[in-house]
Unconditional design. Sequence first.
Length: 285
Amino acid sequence: MKYYLTTLALLITLQVSAQLSVGSDGITILPGTTLAVDGLTLTPSTSLTFANNSIQRTSTPIAGDPSINRLYQFGTPILFSGTVGINYLPSELNGFFESTLQLAYAPAANTALTVTTSSTVNTTTDYVSNSLTNQTLFVVTAKALSDLTPLLYARPTTVSNASDVTLVVDVVELNAVASSGTFTVRVTKDAKVFLNFPANATQVGNRSVQNSAWTFSTTNPNYYILTTTQSVPAGDRLSFGLTGTLSPGATAGVVSVSSIILPTTTTEAKLTNNSDSDKIEYFQQ
């Protein structure tokens, strides 16, 4: 006999080591009906049949892919469309900032977590949720995405006549989550400034840099392009420096230099803080 859930929610309270187990008769969760199992909520947008399956809660994150210390594992992966949510405890955040949490899931065992974007976090009720469409769920948990921002330093800030200048960009991670993947930084070119890239430099303009972690290209007529596959450590920075000369000619004014981070395979929490700029004032003496 198959059972149907048509009420607003089915609440099943379990101990940490317990699980929901459903036999061959199964249950069908109708659209808009919420199944709540020990802090995990599933609200399908289409009818979901749950049979010969189970849900187990654990506090052990996947090795090498840290998440909060609350994970749910299905006995057999399910194909799901609808809203998935997790109620967690503040003590389970595992070093993540609560406001930056994103729902995360894996479709199979020994598979890296897919971290969603645009999850909704309620820091009052300690609840994170997101909508999924036709996603296979084997593990459900939450973690945060890295968030990168550039800080650009052009030095000196004031020059007279032709002068040596330096430019350093610190790519800073804000969410206490190490980045992964490839990203580039574009730095604007200016006809009055010629910059080069000392590939093995560890200090530029009295600032620490890691130039060996970056590749440098001047092929774009408008930008210097620097690319890295190296991770930016959690809460830390990865930097590069350029050196060169500013030749103002018989003029006075301001050179503005800007930088922008462009993710290639890196996924960030937000892209609205991916640029920074600085300026050098120049004059004739």
